[in-house]
Ligand binder design. Structure first.
Ligand SMILES: *Cc1c(COP(=O)(O)O)cnc(C)c1O
Length: 372
């Protein structure tokens, strides 16, 4: 049996007609950059989230950079975020001139540790970027309790958590702004790069609309030094179609996660993902930890039997060459370092079949029992 890590062609096959209809409409109208199709998706995404403003941008990294810039963050400022994330979160902070201040993770959820955020607050801190990693919402009440009554900005990195709920609220509506990526492999993915910022703050929304399009709302009016970071009409039209399936796809991901957990829960030497009470995990990734045996040997074992896995992430950001300028060393963030050496992401996508999950689980059981 073959179990890819993700199967985008299978997803396309299910929505081919609708997508082609929309793409054709964009081609016929030539509304390629911003325009009607971008507005249509921005409106539908706002409605879906129960949000005020969605500003479509070129990708999730730009969503973070533009949001930090729109909040006035730059040289001399500090922004606190998780050391366990995709590198883009830290890159965005660095590109504004601010200093990324890392915190270690909670060992149970792999999300940033709130007590450590509190411990790293200084007079230079301007913002906190909680990352809803793997599809699980951060405890936002605890984060917002730290910033209440201050001018500190809280920006959700929601790139892995489209459709996740925190209590009754949607991820993306919980703080000053939220940044989404629609990279093809994300829970809501475009057919290329795309991203968005969501906010209830009208002033911030206007600044973001200017920043994404050369500093102005109207052509050749340049109020600030901006960027070219626009969501194009083709991607927006595709996202508009796919948004209608997001809830269904996320429930399938949750069912798949439950099946993995049911089949693997009694396997010694394996730590399975936990879901925090009161929130909905959308399982962008199903990340297990291999403690009893070699993670890399298990990975090879699975690969040889047709099962592709991945590691999110092999190097905690403080140990990447790119961020060596911050002066960290191994040992600074022990929980994240232990994770990097032991995490394994199992195949996870809506189109996965129960028989494929059973096959993966059986192989893992065999390997972990040492009979492999
Ligand atoms: C994917 C991702 C990003 C960046 O998004 P791009 O669209 O690839 O630029 C940022 N943060 C996290 C946590 C991500 O997973």
């Amino acid at each position: 049996m073959n179990v890819p890590f993700i199967d985008l062609p299978a997803q396309y096959a299910a929505i081919r007609q609708e997508v082609r209809g929309q793409v054709d409409a964009v081609l016929e109208s030539a509304a390629f950059i911003l325009g009607a199709y971008t507005r249509q998706f921005e409106d539908s995404f706002s409605r879906y989230l129960g949000a005020q403003h969605t500003i479509g941008v070129a990708n999730g990294t730009d969503a973070l950079i533009l949001t930090l810039k729109a909040c006035g963050i730059g040289a001399g400022d500090e922004v606190i975020t998780s050391v366990n994330s995709f590198v883009a979160t830290a890159e965005a902070i660095a590109h504004t001139g601010a200093r990324p201040v890392f915190v270690d993770i909670d060992p149970g959820t792999y999300l940033l540790s709130v007590p450590q955020v509190k411990a790293r607050l200084t007079s230079h801190t301007k913002a906190i970027i909680p990352v809803h990693l793997y599809g699980q919402p951060v405890d936002m009440d605890a984060i917002l309790a730290l910033t209440r009554g201050s001018r500190l900005r809280v920006i959700e990195d929601a790139a892995q958590a489209h459709g996740a709920r925190y209590g009754k609220s949607m991820v993306g509506t919980l703080a000053d702004a939220a940044c989404f990526s629609f990279y093809p492999g994300k829970n809501l993915g475009a057919f290329g790069d795309a991203g968005a910022v969501v906010t209830a703050d009208a002033e911030l929304a206007t600044r973001l609309r200017k920043l994404r399009d050369h500093g102005g709302i109207r052509k050749y009016q340049h109020d600030v030094v901006g960027f070219n970071s626009r969501l194009d009409g083709m991607q927006a039209a595709i996202l508009h179609v796919k948004l209608n399936y997001l809830e269904e796809w996320n429930s399938l991901r949750r069912e798949h996660a439950q099946l993995y957990t049911k089949l693997l829960s009694d396997v010694a030497g394996l730590i399975l993902p936990t879901v925090r009470a009161g929130s909905t995990h959308v399982f962008h990734l199903y990340v297990a930890r291999v403690i009893g045996k070699s993670r890399d040997a298990l990975r090879d074992f699975l690969q040889h039997r047709g099962v592709s896995t991945a590691i999110h992430y092999p190097t905690p950001i403080h140990l990447t060459p790119a961020f060596s300028y911050l002066g960290h060393q191994r040992g600074d963030f022990p929980e994240a370092e232990a994770c990097a050496d032991s995490v394994l992401s199992l195949p996870m996508y809506p189109e996965l079949k129960p028989s494929q999950i059973e096959y993966v689980a059986e192989l893992i059981r065999d390997f972990m029992k040492g009979q492999a």
